[in-house]
Write a protein that binds this ligand. Structure first.
Ligand code: SF4
Length: 190
């Protein structure tokens, strides 16, 4: 590995920020007028993100009433698990948070919450074929509003296909639902 003197500024910025110094103070120490320059200097490691998030949760728990952190009842836990089952949709996994309904009328192909299943590009191709045929008909009939809507859906669909390709390269991420003592673990996708 070859180090240049400037790399030590990057290491310095990373150490400062990852050890809890607010980034705007780091920017002042480094002589940056724009905080975005400092952001570009700081390397963000996965373990730091997790550790900072855990610290945030620990801090928050000390500030909230302890009753909020009681063990869930069996019914509450079943409801929680059911939510993850309901997040499985034809094209993949819906990422909406627990306790929230679908806000997009199940138009998953257009929804940023949909995480596409890497096995589904063939289904996306079928949908694209169908949408393209509908678009052709809409043009013939001069249904301009319909053409606009279909174009938007096609743009989202292509974006989802690109996402599926990326996931195919990086591999799927699976998450287990946390376990409480009176329950056996239940694995979910997404
Ligand atoms: S439209 Fe979005 S929020 Fe609704 S089920 Fe589909 S992915 Fe989830």
């Amino acid at each position: 590995m070859h180090f240049a003197p400037h790399d030590f500024r990057r290491l310095f910025a990373t150490e400062l920020v990852n050890n809890g110094l607010p980034i705007h103070i780091g920017a002042a120490l480094l002589g940056h007028l724009d905080i975005r320059t400092t952001r570009g200097y700081v390397a963000v490691f996965d373990e730091d993100v997790i550790s900072h998030y855990q610290q945030f949760l620990a801090r928050r728990r000390t500030e909230r009433p302890t009753t909020e952190y009681r063990e869930p009842t069996r019914a509450e836990w079943t409801d929680f698990q059911d939510h993850f089952d309901k997040r499985r949709v034809e094209l993949g996994s819906c990422g909406r948070p627990y306790g929230t309904p679908c806000a997009h009328e199940h138009a998953c192909i257009r929804c940023p919450m949909l995480s596409i299943n890497p096995k589904m590009p063939a289904r996306l191709n079928e949908l694209e074929e169908d949408l393209t045929a509908r678009r052709k008909r809409a043009i013939e009939e001069d249904w301009r509003g319909e053409v606009e809507g279909l174009d938007l859906t096609l743009t989202f669909l292509r974006g989802k296909r690109e996402q599926a390709r990326r996931f195919e390269r990086t591999g799927p991420v699976t998450q287990d639902v946390p376990v409480v003592p009176h329950q056996k673990p239940k694995l979910t996708g997404g």
